[in-house]
Design a protein around this ligand. Structure first.
Ligand code: BEZ
Ligand code: FE
Length: 287
């Protein structure tokens, strides 16, 4: 025995110390900090709920099936993190911004790098479905000045509630996606469709967990944006259709009240709706 805590041998009462004492003193300090806390919370959790052997077996089976569901297109662990609110928590911790700056939200699994760069005003909906909508607004700094050369990478589902990558044999490639770059006045405009709500992929273990908990898999209608500009922090966010049914019960907790946009009636024959939103960027650290 080395000390009063008896960390040479495992006991229920001393379980956290028994495990954490095994870490080498010269292991990476941040790794030591993270792992020590993780072990403490994990052991406290098992003690808190008096975890049974059978429940732990169920959890191992669930995590195994979650891993087996993952491939190049499907990331069930990120989906698990999303529905547990963990993705949004890590996002919030890492994107604290001054008041007035556009808030971040979850990236989601459907962003694809390399979408076509389109001219301002262009159409992103290529399948001819849905209610036409003009998206427009400005990219500003915290002082209200326009940001020139800002890149907006946008994507949304089609009128049936699927992203192009979920239906590669049905939808045209790059349907409802595009990249737009602002000019000197910082304004942007593009045409698309009024987004519709849709369920997150729920045919795997995460969907089974939601069902067992009596939770629905739906996300409120939204348009995704990644807004980036040199000298500014990149904003990963969505705008949400303000009157959607699922706003207060989003399956992945992505909604923030500052991101709601009211759909206004469009003012021309080929534009049924208009969605206006100004993005406010913060200078990158060091600028
Ligand atoms: C999405 O909005 O595309 C999304 C976000 C998180 C999980 C699933 C989908
Ligand atoms: Fe989405």
């Amino acid at each position: 025995m080395t000390d009063a805590k008896n960390i040479d041998y495992f006991t229920e009462a001393g379980s956290v110390d028994a495990v954490n004492a095994r870490m080498a003193k010269d292991a990476d300090p941040r790794l030591r900090e993270v792992m020590a806390s993780l072990v403490r919370h994990l052991h406290d959790f098992a003690k808190d709920v008096n975890l049974t052997q059978e429940e732990w077996g169920t959890a191992i089976d669930f995590l195994t099936r979650t891993g087996q569901m993952c491939d190049g297109n499907r990331q069930e662990f990120i989906l698990l993190s999303d529905v547990l609110g963990f993705s949004m928590l890590v996002d919030a911790i890492n994107n604290r911004r001054p008041s007035g700056a556009t808030e971040n939200t979850v990236l989601g699994p459907f962003h694809v790098d390399g979408a076509p760069v389109r001219a301002m005003g262009d159409q992103i909906s290529l399948d001819g479905k849905g209610e036409s909508c003009l998206f427009e607004g400005r990219i500003l700094d915290l002082n209200g000045n326009p940001v020139a050369g800002a890149k907006l990478d946008v994507w949304c589902d089609n009128a049936d509630g699927y992203y192009d990558v979920q239906q590669p044999d049905i939808q045209p490639k790059w349907n409802n996606r595009g990249v737009f770059v602002t000019g000197a006045d910082g304004t942007y405009a593009f045409r698309g469709i009024r987004p519709v709500s849709y369920p997150i992929p729920d045919d795997g273990p995460v969907g089974q967990m939601l069902a067992a908990l009596g939770r629905h898999p739906n996300r409120p209608a939204h348009m995704h944006f990644i807004v980036s500009a040199e000298g500014y922090e990149t904003v990963i966010t969505h705008t949400f259709v303000a009157d959607d049914t699922w706003l207060t019960s989003d399956a992945v907790f992505g909604v923030k009240s500052s991101l709601l946009t009211k759909m206004e009636p469009g003012n021309s024959g080929d534009t049924m709706w208009k969605s206006s939103f100004d993005f406010v960027l913060t200078a990158s650290a060091g600028d």
